[in-house]
Design a protein around this ligand. Structure first.
Ligand code: GDP
Length: 463
């Protein structure tokens, strides 16, 4: 059987009107993901309106529209492939849910394409305080998207000017380095989404550019490590007490594999048991893999003992327990919205995997400015718009994991109230405590601060 190509999830980020839809539509066409006939149709429609340049953006808009009307449910995502990878664009531009989806983990991106307009006033707008070039980049980094491809777009509008490109590239490099990106690894591609420069083929309009095209840049991304190769983690959704069967734990396998007959441990309960049988859709299974929603029959454990938010793992690599004196975690967070200042001691409800637990802002370690620069050590408070490193402690023993090892168990959000379009997310962040090897590089005085959790890893801060 042919080996399937590794899969990479992409998000497209950047300021409104910087040309994201146009670029993605054009790119999908160039890589053959949209057929000629469909594009012709859009072209004619666009021409009739005297706006021919809209045809590419329409590729996305139309698909989104159809999806809304329920016509193409399976076309919820946009797929294409390069020689090495399968790609899914998991959030098309214009989806206002992008931020929420990323925080809650509905969609986890492995890489982002940041589209930045090179047109003078546009570049500045995206980059000003509150601009989305800046906001999206900070958020992407906060949420653990470490791989970035930058398109300096609308080069046609500035006559493919090398000097202007370089100026913007250097400005972006400084900013992205400031928020923690390894800028030497990031391609900065001069593009025109409208005319297709450097999307698939090298452009004759930019002879001075010797880097990759967008297509080539995507081909050199790193695919995520398959979650099936990691230790088992199954956050508990529901626990059932079934007559004649006993206790059945239900939930989705997030990482690793659970096999029938395997010895497992449930944390923070701390009890070991055997996965007597595994069922999915009323069919017995020999084993379950990431993505499977299963029920596991366990013996010797009362249904009342296990709770939603508990996590099943293998006995030789149990889920990490923190909270209530068992450990804290440190995360970089962004306060997207909150009506008041936030001081240490504040204890709102945190959501992570199936867990909901009141969690205390124990220490605010450092506050960062809009360019990701350190503004203040140990600030008294943080507020809307701030990003900060915060030490958190759940008030009850809880399972959370290091994001880099177990992405689905390392993300969290703290919702505040409800807004028009669903939840208003106060904070998005990820739990980060790394090994002694990767840690210790942090500037600004917290080096060596011990995170009490993570006994397996040695637990030095990774920032
Ligand atoms: P989005 O909001 O980032 O998705 O941006 P759109 O793709 O909708 O484009 C916004 C506007 O910029 C539209 O009027 C496009 O026609 C125009 N535009 C998009 N890409 C380019 C480009 O490469 N060059 C020029 N000159 N204009 C572009």
């Amino acid at each position: 059987m042919a080996r399937k190509k590794p899969h990479i999830n992409l998000v497209i980020i950047g300021h409104v009107d910087h040309g994201k839809s146009t670029m993605v539509g054009h790119f999908l066409y160039l890589v053959g993901a949209v057929d000629e006939r469909t594009l012709k149709k859009y072209e004619e429609e666009a021409k009739a309106l005297g706006r021919e340049s809209w045809k590419y953006a329409w590729v996305l808009d139309k698909l989104t529209e159809e999806r809304k009307r329920g016509l193409t449910i399976d076309l919820g995502y946009y797929k294409f492939e390069t020689s090495k990878y399968m790609f899914t664009i998991i959030d098309a531009p214009g989806h206002r849910d992008f931020i929420k989806n990323m925080i809650t983990g509905t969609s986890q991106a492995d890489a982002a394409i940041l589209v930045v307009s090179a047109k003078r006033n546009e570049f500045e707008a995206g980059y000003a305080l509150g601009g989305q070039t800046r906001e999206h980049a900070i958020l992407a980094k906060t949420l653990g998207i470490d791989q970035l491809v930058v398109c300096i777009n609308k080069m046609d509008a500035i006559n493919y000017d090398k000097a202007a490109y370089e100026e913007i590239r250097d400005e972006l490099k400084r900013f992205l380095a400031g928020i923690g990106y390894k800028v030497d690894k990031i391609p900065f591609i001069p593009t025109s989404g409208l005319y297709g420069d450097n999307l698939k083929e090298k452009s004759k309009n930019t002879p001075w550019y010797d880097g990759p095209t967008l297509f080539e840049a995507l081909d050199s991304l790193e695919p995520p490590k398959p979650l099936v190769d990691k230790p088992l983690r199954l956050p508990v959704q529901k626990v059932l007490k079934i007559k004649g069967v006993g206790t059945v734990i239900t939930g989705r396998v997030e990482t690793g594999v659970v096999k029938k007959g395997q010895e497992i441990i449930i944390e923070p309960l701390g009890k070991k048991t055997i996965a007597q049988s595994i069922e999915m859709h009323h069919e017995p299974l020999e084993e379950a893999i990431p993505g499977d929603n299963v029920g596991i029959n366990v013996k010797g454990i009362a249904a009342e003992e296990v709770k939603r938010g508990d996590v099943v793992g293998p006995v030789d690599n149990p889920p990490s327990v923190i909270g209530a004196g068992k450990g804290t975690f440190v995360a970089r967070v962004v306060v997207l919205w909150h009506p008041t200042r936030i001081y240490p001691g504040y204890t709102p409800v945190m959501h992570a995997h199936t867990l909901q637990v009141a969690t205390t802002f124990k220490n605010i370690l450092a506050k960062y400015g809009p360019k990701g620069e350190l503004v203040e050590e140990k600030p008294e408070y943080i507020q809307k718009g701030d990003s900060a490193d915060v030490e958190f402690e759940p008030i009850k023993p809880s399972v959370m994991e290091v994001y880099s090892e177990f992405p689905p168990l390392g993300r969290f959000a703290i919702p505040y109230g409800a807004a028009e379009n669903g939840m208003m997310w106060l904070l998005g962040g990820e739990k980060r405590y790394g090994s002694a090897r990767s840690g210790g590089s942090r500037k600004g005085g917290q080096e060596g601060l011990r995170v009490l959790a993570g006994t397996r890893s040695g637990a030095l801060l990774t920032f």
